[in-house]
Design a protein around this ligand. Structure first.
Ligand code: ATP
Length: 249
């Protein structure tokens, strides 16, 4: 790592600090004793084959797995621990602490318009107050949505729906954005366009983790790529899965 980069990292804040996280569903353990730190301003890629636990890691951060244990600090506050009262019991608190989860499969409501979806993403008081400003930013990132604001999402193409789902996540006043498989199910050119848009998001003091099976879409465009294999992170050292790009500082 270059000296400048090292200095820059030491000044950066830990947005996410995961220690000893295990998580799963019923008797099945999917995540195994996982550690991960993500700093403010970082865009991190998470790659790995189907079923190796990328989505489960995101769900665990949001408190949505069947069970979990271990520490998850979001902006310095503990949001992890044992979830003995069922999935989702504390998710609203994690969201208040600064999490925006953009789940795999869009989770959109076909009868609502594009604008209603975007507004629904501005769920904190501050994000709601600033929603017009935030919508403008989302429309700069996804210009095709401009003409579709009054259109019901059920009438949109797959690529447009994905833009709505991601745009809704970006409406939150979040400091950690978890984006699960943004190119999934899209034609290659459309998927690349969605990834381009995610790369253009100005993170400022926030951070983003993008889970993606298509490594080529992340290559040289994110700060780090981590590989996920059978519920464990294969850090920057695993050449086949992980590499680090160096930004000009
Ligand atoms: N809600 C659930 N209940 C039970 N098992 C689940 C649930 N969600 C995921 N799993 C299982 O957990 C394991 C990890 O799945 P996960 O979705 O986290 O992997 P992934 O790396 O994100 O892959 P994909 O890209 O397919 O989502 C798989 O064996 C999957 O079948």
């Amino acid at each position: 790592m270059a000296m400048g980069q090292q200095a820059q990292r030491s000044e950066r804040r830990e947005v996410l600090n995961v220690k000893g996280l295990s998580a799963g569903y019923g008797p099945m353990r999917v995540i195994h004793d996982l550690d991960l730190i993500v700093y403010s301003g970082e865009r991190v890629g998470l790659v790995g084959l189907n079923g190796h636990g990328k989505s489960t890691l995101f769900l665990a951060i949001a408190g949505l797995t069947g069970w979990q244990r271990g520490s998850i600090r979001l902006n310095g506050a503990e949001v992890g621990g044992t979830r003995s009262q069922g999935p989702g019991r504390y998710t609203h608190l994690v969201v208040k602490r600064g999490l925006a989860l953009i789940p795999q499969g869009d989770e959109i409501f076909t009868g609502l318009t594009v604008e209603e979806h975007l507004d629904s993403g501005a769920f904190t008081r501050r994000a709601w107050r600033d929603r017009q400003e935030r919508k403008k930013k989302v429309l700069q990132i996804f210009p095709p949505l401009k003409k579709l604001m009054g259109t019901a999402v059920g009438r949109l193409s797959g690529g447009e729906r994905r833009m709505v789902a991601i745009g809704r996540g970006l409406m939150a006043e979040a400091s950690l954005y978890l984006v699960d498989e943004p190119s999934l199910g899209l034609a290659p050119k459309i998927g690349k366009g969605v990834l381009d848009a995610l790369m253009s998001v100005e993170l400022g003091d926030s951070a983003m983790i993008i889970a993606e099976q298509n490594v080529a879409l992340l290559e040289r465009r994110v700060d780090r790529v981590l590989g996920m294999h059978v519920g464990k992170l294969k850090g920057e050292a695993a050449a086949a899965l992980a590499y680090q790009t160096r930004r000009e500082i």
